[in-house]
Each structure stands twice: as C-alpha cells, then as structure tokens.
Design a protein around this ligand. Structure first.
Ligand SMILES: Cc1cc2nc3c(=O)[nH]c(=O)nc-3n(C[C@H](O)[C@H](O)[C@H](O)COP(=O)(O)OP(=O)(O)OC[C@H]3O[C@@H](n4cnc5c(N)ncnc54)[C@H](O)[C@@H]3O)c2cc1C
Length: 374
C-alpha cells in the first residue's frame, strides 16, 4: 500500500522548495524525515535567475552559468557603469537548476518523494494537515507551501519578454551586465530594457514593464526589435525566447506563519516588491529555516519594517507617476555608487547609509507619496 502520511508535505515543487531541501539535507536527522513534494507541473523552470552576492563560494556555485563584475545603468542619453566589487552579479538558468534537482538531487535521497499532482485543498484539524490532490489524499504534521495557494491577485506585475540572441560579430562587452536601460521616450510607462551578455556575441535582452496587466506579446517583441536595431544593428538571430510576470506586492513577514504552516518563497513575501528579485533572499531564508525547522517557531530571514515602507513608496511612485520614478532611478544611479545601491536593495544598509542615498534624491515625490500611502 502506498504511504499517505508524511512528516512534511511541500505544496509546490518550485524554486523555494528546492532551495529549502538543498539546505535541509545538511541537517542531522534529515534522512529520518519523510518528505513529500507535490508539484502541479512537470517542472522545468523557463526562468533566468540573477542575483548579486559577496560570497566567494555560493551554495549554488556549480550552477552559475555566467557572472559579471561591472553593472551598467542607462536612461535616455545618460550612461553610467562601474565595478560592483565586492559583489558579483550571477546568473543561473532555471533549466539547469531543475535538471540538477531532478537528476542529481531527488533520486539520491530515498526519504524524498516528488509527485506530479495538483493540490485542490488543504485543511488543518487536530494537529494534522490533510492535503487533497486531483488523484489522492495525504496527511502530514507540517505543511511547507510555496504554491501561492489562495493568494489574492496583485495590483502590480513586473512583466517581460526576453530574447536570447546571437550576433554575427562582436557587439557586447561580456564583462558588463546592463541592469536597466530606460530607452523609451515618454513619461507614461515604467519600462526598461535589461541585457545580460553571455559572450561578446550572445546575450539575453529583455523588455520589462511594471503595470497591472501583461501586454500582447507583439508589444514587447516590437520594442526589443527596435532596441537591438538602434543599439547593435540587425545582424542577429534569436535562439530562444522567455517571458514572465512577477507579482509585486507588499507582503506580511514570513515569520507571521503558524508553526504548522510554513510559507516559503513568493508565498512568504520573498519577492522584493520594488525590484522582483527573490533568489538570494530565498537562499538566505532557507539557510536559516532549514537549521531551525525542528523548532516550533523556526528562524526566518528578518527584514526591517523600514524596507517595506521604502518598497511601498517606490511602488506607489512607479504606479502613479512612472516618469518621475524613472528620473528618481536616474538620480539614484548618478549620485550613489552601484555597491551602495546593491547593499540598499539587499536590505543590508544602515539608516545612515540610507539617509545618504535619500539626501541625493528629490524629496517632494517621496513626501507626496507618504501622504498617499498614509
Ligand atoms: C520569469 C521569472 C523570472 C524571474 N527572475 C528572477 C531573477 O532573475 N532573480 C530573482 O532573484 N528572482 C527572479 N524571479 C522571482 C523569483 O525568484 C521566482 O518567482 C521564484 O521562482 C519564486 O519561487 P517560488 O518557489 O516562490 O515560486 P515558484 O518557483 O513559482 O514555485 C511555485 C510552484 O508551485 C506550483 N503550484 C502552484 N499551485 C499548485 C497546486 N495547486 N498544486 C501543486 N503545485 C502547485 C507551481 O507549479 C510552481 O512550480 C523571477 C520570476 C519569474 C516568474
């Protein structure tokens, strides 16, 4: 008879579950835990994850495809680039990540069961979770969820299309990634291009918008085509495409979860609301969570409330006054070092460092949006 009770059920086998398991395997007693991962899709992520780190040896070092030591920012005619030392900006292909877990991770641990089943409902009664899928019913003591079950729709999305392209001659500087290029004229859209050169001829170029809904694919494609034509010419071929939408919302703290239910990843607010970055935050959260999962109230990645406030302000300006948000970004990158911006976005800056960054920005829009948020 098939087992249907587990110590832990993971609802969703996405990035956050896999990262948590990666750290959990290092804990004493891991092989005694019976863990079931329920994932609705046949999971191979069509995502390109980027993050920055100061670590010489990142936990997923073996999956990093490319790293850059310089970052560039552009807005109209304005350009700046600089070294981000001691950080490096790293890229992991979602397909490499999932292939590693499917081939070299799950099969190695007999206490892990990965099933492709869609969860229909979860219920907690008498200290036990009942998880019902389209095919079966399971019980567990602890439910760890990254499936974003019952999440409300988000008011703002970061949505994008990307082309993996190859030119027939050298056009890129492969040591420098382009973080943002606000290349489109006009003030009514928060839209930028993002370019990761994998070599002097190959790159991923993305066109990203912030708005309530994703657009017709033709819109991004036309923008990317025109952008490439204008900057690098038309001698390129497309070898792959990707698209995505990241929900941007101000979330409660992960530590608000009940002891029996542990939300992780997007469900735990790991996506930074103003930027859409989550990978490194999930790594940091999972490291802490894995080491304390045996406790009734496990440790989580802490974020100071003031960062939630900054994210809310920035999102409000982006939503209500996209043109002003672009000029704030331009002033931010022209007056503060890339390193200090990355530390700030990591939420590792001190209040004094934040005051220094904000003192160089126009105060009026922030004041206005504090009033709007209030
Ligand atoms: C296209 C894209 C690109 C991104 N790029 C970056 C980046 O460069 N850098 C960065 O830091 N962050 C990035 N992010 C943000 C973040 O890192 C990812 O969204 C990340 O995948 C979040 O992990 P997660 O585990 O919370 O969600 P997911 O990885 O989406 O996992 C959730 C899983 O739950 C499953 N599921 C949902 N409902 C059910 C159900 N009813 N039953 C069973 N399973 C279910 C889904 O199939 C999915 O596999 C990106 C996000 C997207 C969408």
């Amino acid at each position: 008879m098939k087992q249907n009770h587990y110590d832990i059920i993971m609802a969703g086998g996405g990035a956050a579950s896999r990262i948590l398991l990666y750290f959990l395997r290092l804990q004493p007693g891991f092989d005694q835990l019976q863990i079931l991962v329920l994932e609705a899709e046949n999971h191979i992520a069509e995502k390109t994850w980027c993050f920055w780190t100061q670590q010489q040896q990142h936990p997923f070092e073996h999956l990093i495809r490319k790293q850059w030591n310089e970052l560039e920012f552009k807005a109209g005619d304005y350009t700046t680039y600089e070294s981000i030392n001691p950080y490096r900006y790293c890229c992991i292909h979602g397909a490499d990540f999932d292939r590693y877990f499917n081939v070299a991770f799950f099969p190695v641990y007999p206490n892990l069961t990965l099933l492709q089943q869609k969860i229909l409902s979860t219920e907690h009664t008498n200290h036990l979770w009942t998880v019902v899928t389209e095919q079966q019913q399971f019980t567990c003591n602890r439910l760890v969820s990254n499936a974003a079950l019952n999440q409300p729709a988000t008011p703002m999305l970061q949505h994008f299309h990307g082309w993996f392209i190859e030119y027939n001659h050298d056009v890129f500087d492969e040591n420098r990634a382009l973080l943002m290029d606000f290349a489109l004229p006009g003030n009514d859209q928060f839209c930028f291009f993002y370019l990761l050169p994998f070599s002097n001829t190959k790159a991923l170029v993305e066109c990203t918008y912030y708005s309530a809904k994703a657009y017709d694919p033709a819109i991004y494609q036309q923008q990317i085509q025109q952008y490439l034509l204008k900057r690098f010419g038309n001698h390129f071929s497309i070898y792959h495409k990707e698209q995505g939408a990241i929900p941007l919302q101000l979330h409660k703290d992960a530590s608000d979860a009940t002891p029996a239910l542990i939300n992780i990843g997007q469900s735990a607010g790991m996506i930074k609301p103003s930027t859409g970055y989550a990978f490194q935050r999930m790594v940091e959260d999972s490291r802490l969570l894995a080491a304390s999962l045996h406790k009734e109230q496990p440790l989580r990645r802490k974020r100071h409330r003031r960062f939630r406030f900054y994210d809310g302000l920035l999102l409000s300006i982006i939503q209500e006054e996209p043109g002003r948000a672009i000029s704030i970004f331009q002033q931010l990158f022209s007056k503060s070092s890339m390193k200090s911006i990355l530390t700030f976005l990591d939420e590792n800056s001190t209040i004094a460092e934040e005051a220094k960054i904000f003192s160089k920005l126009p105060w009026w829009p922030f004041l206005k949006h504090i009033k709007l948020l209030g």
